[in-house]
Structure formats: structure tokens, C-alpha cells
Write a protein that binds this ligand. Structure first.
Ligand SMILES: Cc1ncc(COP(=O)(O)O)c(C=O)c1O
Length: 807
């Protein structure tokens, strides 16, 4: 039969690397700097070698099969690092970088092929057979399995889209392999299990809660100690993006075999799992049918493998008997009984039902739930309808619009499933549709939403956490809905602070800044001014552009020279009969083309602002919430602003914004004015704000922004070597500007080409924007969950796009 269409075959077919133990010890020493004794460990497709060291348990040197997809190895690496960041209590091995800082460097096999090699912790504990485990141990097992899934909720990696035979989603792929199962009766049982899956599960599978899962938490991959505590979860080689409940199925699949107390054992694991991750109705309902497909795979895949590789028979056919027993058990009417027993087991650990009531995935087949997705409308039709009712006042990005229908991590997907790496949107700072955000918003929305005129814990806690994260003195928080409103309020505070007469107040911003849409803040948004527009109350200063501006990085004191322009601006305001009230600056200078001045620039600005009696307002709508590698952008300059405005990423997409200042500033305002925002700081918005802070902290995203941002810029410098068009690469954290020029001597801006490049990158599945006075700077501003692999994808897309336009 033709098995070439079967996925995974390459890795399962190729023999594992065969380094001698001496060679393995030498690799551990030379590549990772670890001295120890090597001994062999079992593995079906890789070569695993234990490296013992004098203290501690030592390490495992994992030398991957040369046929292994490097992206899959990278996914495993990133998974372990992600879990270490999000929930260090989950017992998974820690990754150790090589001497060169790489997590999976390359080694050459004797046949010249290349393998990736990793060094991970050796985990304590041992593998147990199912009948050896007490109900308490099984409960712990379920808790741990759910813990792994919970730690992975915010994780995504392109390789997770791999098609695996073990993934229940691909149950249909088992059918062509059925002839390898010799026993006709067993074949019949499996066929019925697959028929049931096709009828009951496949049509609603995509409606089940899904994420990247371990996928193989069998008793071979989970280690326990003799007291029944889980000490290690290993082997992340079968991960994929699929229904979360498949992890519970893989647990049950391997641990219900050869036991007399099947239902009690299942109940212990289901309860343990549900205590950490409450189960949804459909998941419990479909679990027996999903379990049967897992058990079918455990029969079919080894039967197929054995016919082609009799030499591995002992290792893999051991699984078959137990799986056959489980399948035989489920065959016939036992599904209903099992479903009932599972429901009873899960009764206390169910997720609260959704509003849709009967709109479960299972019932959606006959009665679409209230939340079912409408079929996507073709782009041209939607575009025409949009123009009809919206005109063109709200423009679309790119020459042909992107029409995403779903988002996850750093990616958005269109209706055809095409993935776009989102390196443009700074709002989904913790990643698109982060499950913790979704849950926090949904939970609060289902409970209560009201306004700030009532007492509520969320608003107080968010205000406490924001003020606590800022320098002393910035102790008062006001909530609004958007960055524009926060800046608008800052302007009103500044007017009151400096005398209360609006017609006498003046402000300063940079020459191509964007600060918002209200009439007052439009005056501080020269990016949107039409030719000749010059609001009477605002004067601009040049942005601190050390590459093409009037003061260059090569000149000593260039940043201070830029800061000195503020004095001219104050002078100009004076000539117009206005006193300086507010200096408003985006600490990432995003619209000005992402110049990155040294700290002296903002320090010089703040000093002069204070001397003039005005307020310095740090607009953190772009740079705040970790983007520059620190929680707040102003921290990078070591300044303390008078007012800080926050927005965009604050709710990861849920509208919420705020202003933080000193108490005396709001008190001056309150003495003559009142302030109330209907939606600002409502409990749902604050739940979103709190969840963003939690995820930033738990996933250490500012640090990730700093590390991956540096990696990205270093890589982009490599790309620049091959392209005349790239003049300058600059940025901090995950805010990067790539300035395109036509001539490296004259630095003539490549006006127009930047949009062409952004379009070409979009066609290659990577979204970036353009910025700067001339629009010649590529603006790269992805969610802070960006990985090095994502950064590589971006660099390749830029490289190819520049080649395509002839740079
Ligand atoms: C620096 C800066 N400030 C303020 C705003 C305005 O925020 P919003 O669109 O939420 O009103 C923006 C929006 O892009 C911005 O970039």
C-alpha cells in the first residue's frame, strides 16, 4: 500500500543517530561545557544519552534524528522555555543553552547528516505501569496533565500545525493503515470506533477548545516517585495544536489498561484534570469517542510499524494488547455508559455553562449556537458593503486588504487558514486572544459591568498596581477609554496646573507625532495636519533623528542639541502670547520614525519643561506595557514624568486607557472642574487590564521583548548587508524601525518604496507598517510573545521582499 502520504514517516523511518557514548560525552563537554559520564537511554527515534555529573541528577543529551524537522525541535525548545516562564512549578526539564547561547546547536552524524542536539535536565522519578498506580497517584497525574496544558495556554509555534497520526483530529488517516491489523475482529472494533468518531466527533471537533498540547502524556512520558507524586513530564515530540481534551484522552488511554477499577481510575484522573482546568460539557460528552480513537491509534500505528520494522517489535507492540482491551470495552453500548460515568466523575469540576445554553459543540450540528461563526463573506463583496456604509474616512491598510477571522499568539489567520505573522499591531501585547484575557473579560462580563461611580475591586486593584509600578509620587490614576482621551485629559490638567486659562496655554510635541483624535489633541498630532495647518497653541520640535535629521549621531552632544530646541519652542509660544503648559512626547517616538535618542535627550527635555513650569507628559500609549523591554518606556531614559498616559495594549484589545499623575495635579483640576467617563474604568475593562499585567509578569514578556528585539535587530543588520535600500536599523525591545533609503551617501529617503515593501511582506505572510515624516521607515511592532523563530520568518520575508523590488 502507498504509505508515502502518511505524515511523520520520515522520522519514524530514519534510524536514530548512533554516536558512541564517548562521543556523546565529548559533545556534552565541547558544546555545552558539561563534564560527565555518559550512559544510554531508550528512545525510538532520537539518541538519548544521560550525562551524570558529580552533584545533582545530571542531564540528558538529546541528539535528534537527522530526519527531524528543525522547526519541531525548535517548538519543543520553546515549549520548555515557555513553561519555565509561565509556570515553573510544572515539572518539565529545563533547557540548557550551549556555550554559544544556542538551545539546539548542530552536530554531524557519521554519514554526514546533521542532527540537532539539546541538553536538558535529567528528571527524577520513574515510569510506572498502570496497575501500579493508586487512585491518589492517578489524581495527581490528572492534575499535572492539566497543569502542562494550562502553562501552554498562551503558547503557539508554527510547527504546532504539524499533522500527526497520534492527533485524534487526524483519526481518518488511520483507516488506510487498518489492513496492518491482523486480527479481523480487532479491525472491526476499530472501524466502528472510527465510524463513531466520523459521525459524532469530526463534525464538531473544530468547535472544541483548542491550543498547543503535549499530545502524548502516557505513562511512558510521565515520571512519578514512589509516593505517587508526579516528578517529571518528558518527551514533547508529539505536540500539536488540537483539542485540549486530547491530552486527557492520552492520559486515560494509557492508564486505564489492565486495571479492574476502570471507572474509579478514570474518575480520579478526570477530577484531577478538571480541578485545574474545569471541563466543558462537549469535552466530557465526546471523551469516550475521542479516547477510542487514541486507543485505535495505539493499535494501528504499532501494527503498521511492525510490519515494516520487525526489529522494533518488542518496544512498540507492548502497547497493543492494553489498547485492544480498552477498545473492546468501549465497543457497543459501553460508550453511553462510559459517557455517563465520565459525566458523574466530572460533575464537580465542570466549567460554568456558557450563555448559549444548548449551543454546545455537540448540539451545534443540529441547532447552531448563538456564538457560531458566520460564514466569511468574500472580500470584494465585504469591501463594497463597507464602502457603502463607511465611505473612506476609516482607511484600510495595504493595497489589498487583509481579512483576518481568527488570532492566536503572534499570528492572525484568514478564512482560508492563511497565517499572518502580526508584526504590526501593538495592541495585542500579550498575543492575540490570549486565553487568560478572554477568560478574564468573559468572566467579569457575565457577572457585572458598570461604571466608576460605584465601588468595585477591579478598578481599585488596577489603579493600585499601575501606580505601584511607577516611580514614587505618581500616585493617582484616572481611567478613560482611549489614548486620545488620556492625552485630552492631560491637556486639561496642564491648563489648570498652569493657571486655568486655555487661551493662554501652549504645548509642544515632536514634528511628526501622533497623539490622538479629539480636537484638542489633533493640535498635538502633526502627523495628521494638512499642509499649512498650524494650531495656535502648539509648537513642534524636531524629533531626535540622529540618522537623517539636523543633528547626527556622529556629532558629540547631538541629543542635547535636539533637547535645546525646546527652548526655541517655548520662545515661539511666548511670542504667541502663551505660557508653556504641556510637553507631550511618545517615549518610543513611533510616528516620528522610531528614532532612539540616548537618555540625555528626554532628560534634557524634562529639565527644561520643569524650569518653564509646564508638565511633561509621557505618552506611553505605544511604548508602555513592556514594549521597549521595560514595563514603561520612560524608564529607559531614567526620567520621572509629571503625567503618564496609557492606552492601546492596556486591555490587549479591550478598550481601556488611563492617566497616572501626582495627586496635587488632579487636586488642582478638581478644585474647579468635574470629571466622569461613562465607560472609563468599568469592571470588565479593568479585568482586562489586570489580566494584561498578570500575563506580562507571569510570562516575563518585557524580558522576552528585550531579548528577541535584540536578536531581531542583529539579524536585520545581516539582511541589510545584502540590500542597498536599508540605511538604518534602530529600536528598543520589540519596537524597531528599518529606514529605507535610495542612496547611502545622500541618505535620500526611499519615499513610496516602504509601502511597496510592506505590501510585499504581507504577501509573504508578515504584517509590518510604515512610519516617519517621509513614510520611508518600516515599523515593526509585534506582540511581545514573538519568538526568535518568528523573528527569523520576518527577516526572511524582508530579505525576499527587498530582492523582489530590486534592492
Ligand atoms: C503615541 C500615541 N498616543 C495616543 C494615541 C491615541 O490612542 P487612541 O487611538 O486609543 O485614541 C496613539 C494611537 O495610535 C498613539 O500612537
Amino acid at each position: 500500500m502507498a504509505t508515502s502520504a502518511i505524515p511523520e514517516q520520515g522520522v519514524l523511518e530514519a534510524s536514530p543517530p548512533r554516536f558512541s557514548l564517548d562521543d556523546a560525552a565529548e559533545i556534552a563537554q565541547r558544546v555545552f561545557g558539561i563534564d560527565g559520564d555518559a550512559s544510554a537511554l531508550e528512545s525510538e527515534r532520537d539518541q538519548n544519552v544521560r550525562i551524570r555529573v558529580p552533584s545533582g541528577l545530571g542531564y540528558v543529551l538529546k541528539i535528534s534524528n537527522a530526519a527531524e524537522d528543525p522547526a519541531v525541535v525548535d517548538m519543543q525548545t520553546e515549549t520548555l522555555r515557555h513553561i519555565a516562564r509561565t509556570d515553573p512549578s510544572v515539572p518539565v526539564p529545563r533547557m540548557h543553552p550551549s556555550r554559544d547561547g544556542e538551545y539546539h546547536p548542530r552536530v554531524t552524524n557519521e554519514d554526514g547528516s546533521i542532527s540537532l542536539v539539546r541538553l536538558i535536565d535529567f528528571m527524577p522519578g520513574r515510569v510506572f505501569e498502570a496497575p501500579e498506580l493508586s487512585l491518589d497517584a492517578l489524581h495527581n497525574y490528572g492534575v499535572c496533565a492539566a497543569g502542562v496544558g494550562r502553562a501552554l495556554r498562551g503558547f503557539f509555534h508554527p510547527a504546532a500545525q504539524q499533522i500527526l497520526l497520534w492527533d485524534v483530529r487526524n483519526g481518518a488517516l488511520l483507516r488506510p493503515l487498518l489492513p496492518h491489523v491482523e486480527d479481523a475482529h480487532v479491525r472491526g472494533v476499530i472501524e466502528r470506533a472510527l465510524d463513531r468518531f466520523d459521525a459524532d466527533v469530526a463534525p464538531v471537533f473544530d468547535g472544541l477548545r483548542a491550543q498547543v498540547i503535549h499530545g502524548d502524556m502516557t505513562n511512558q512520558n510521565v515520571l512519578l516517585d514512589d509516593r505517587g507524586s508526579v516528578t517529571g513530564v518528558i518527551d514533547f515530540g508529539d505536540m500539536s495544536h488540537t483539542a485540549l481534551v486530547c491530552d486527557l484522552a492520552s492520559v486515560l488511554d494509557s492508564l486505564l489498561v489492565d486495571r479492574g477499577d476502570v471507572y474509579d481510575a478514570a474518575a480520579a484522573m478526570i477530577r484531577g484534570f478538571g480541578e485545574i482546568t474545569p471541563l466543558e460539557e462537549d469535552e466530557v460528552e465526546l471523551l469516550p469517542a475521542i479516547l477510542a480513537v487514541r486507543a485505535s491509534a495505539a493499535v494501528v500505528i504499532p501494527s503498521w510499524r511492525v510490519t515494516e520494522h520487525p526489529e522494533v517489535a518488542d518496544y512498540i507492540t507492548g502497547w497493543i494488547a492494553g489498547a485492544v482491551g480498552l477498545l473492546a470495552y468501549l465497543d457497543g453500548d459501553a460508550y453511553e455508559t462510559t459517557a455517563r460515568r465520565f459525566r458523574e466523575a466530572a460533575a464537580d469540576v465542570m466549567a460554568r455553562p456558557t450563555r448559549s445554553g444548548s449551543g454546545s459543540a455537540a448540539s451545534a450540528r443540529t441547532a447552531p449556537g448563538a456564538f457560531s461563526l458566520p460564514a466569511p463573506i468574500p472580500d470584494d463583496e465585504l469591501l463594497a458593503r463597507r464602502r457603502r456604509v463607511m465611505g473612506s474616512i476609516s482607511p484600510l491598510t495595504y493595497s489589498t486588504p487583509v481579512h483576518p477571522v481568527r488570532g492566536e499568539g503572534a499570528f492572525m489567520f484568514d478564512a482560508e487558514g492563511r497565517a499572518y505573522l502580526d508584526a504590526y499591531n501593538n495592541v495585542p501585547v500579550v498575543g492575540h486572544c490570549h486565553p487568560r484575557l478572554v477568560e478574564a473579560i468573559a468572566r467579569q462580563a457575565a457577572r457585572l459591568n458598570t461604571n466608576t461611580r460605584y465601588l468595585h475591586e477591579n478598578i481599585v486593584e488596577l489603579a493600585e498596581r499601575l501606580t505601584a509600578s511607577m516611580p514614587e509620587g505618581l500616585d493617582t490614576c484616572v481611567f478613560v477609554n482611549s489614548g486620545s482621551e488620556a492625552n485630552d485629559l492631560a491637556w486639561r490638567l496642564a491648563i489648570e496646573w498652569t493657571g486655568g486659562k486655555e487661551e493662554e496655554a501652549g504645548g509642544v510635541c515632536t514634528a511628526y507625532a501622533y497623539h490622538g483624535i479629539s480636537t484638542a489633541i489633533h493640535a498635538f498630532t502633526p502627523e495628521e495636519w494638512v499642509a499649512g495647518e498650524s494650531p495656535p497653541n502648539v509648537v513642534t520640535v524636531p524629533a531626535p533623528d540622529g540618522y537623517r535629521g539636523q543633528h547626527r549621531r556622529e556629532e558629540a552632544g547631538w541629543a542635547e542639541a535636539y533637547a535645546a530646541h525646546l527652548e526655541e519652542a517655548f520662545g515661539e509660544l511666548g511670542e504667541r502670547g502663551r505660557r508653556p503648559a504641556m510637553v507631550l512626547m511618545d517615549t518610543g517616538f513611533t510616528s516620528d520614525g522610531v528614532p532612539v535618542p540616548p537618555p540625555e535627550y528626554l532628560q534634557g527635555i524634562v529639565r527644561r519643561t520643569r524650569e518653564a513650569g509646564a508638565l511633561f507628559v509621557a505618552d506611553e500609549v505605544q511604548a508602555g506595557f513592556g514594549r521597549l523591554g521595560t514595563l514603561w518606556g520612560f524608564e529607559t531614559a531614567g526620567i520621572v514624568p509629571d503625567v503618564v498616559t496609557l492606552g492601546k495594549p492596556m486591555g490587549n484589545g479591550y478598550p481601556v486607557a488611563a492617566l497616572v499623575t501626582r495627586r496635587e495635579v488632579t487636586e488642582r483640576f478638581e478644585s474647579s472642574r468635574e470629571f466622569f467617563s461613562t465607560f472609563g474604568g468599568n469592571p470588565v475593562a479593568c479585568a482586562a487590564g489586570l489580566a494584561v499585567l498578570d500575563v506580562l509578569e507571569d510570562e516575563d514578556l518585557a524580558r522576552n521583548a528585550a531579548e528577541v528585539g535584540d536578536y531581531l535587530r542583529a539579524g536585520l543588520r545581516g539582511v541589510a548587508e545584502g540590500h542597498q535600500f536599508i540605511g538604518d536599523i534602530r529600536g528598543m525591545g520589540l519596537l524597531t524601525g528599518v529606514e529605507l533609503i535610495r542612496n547611502r551617501e545622500s541618505r535620500e529617503p526611499a519615499v513610496g518604496e516602504a509601502d511597496t515593501v510592506a505590501d510585499a511582506m504581507k504577501d509573504r505572510g508578515v504584517l509590518v507598517g510604515t512610519t516617519g515624516l517621509e513614510g520611508n521607515v518600516l515599523k515593526i511592532r509585534p506582540p511581545l510573545v514573538l519568538t526568535r523563530e518568528n523573528a527569523d520568518q520576518l527577516m526572511t520575508a524582508l530579505d525576499e521582499s527587498l530582492t523582489a523590488i530590486g534592492s
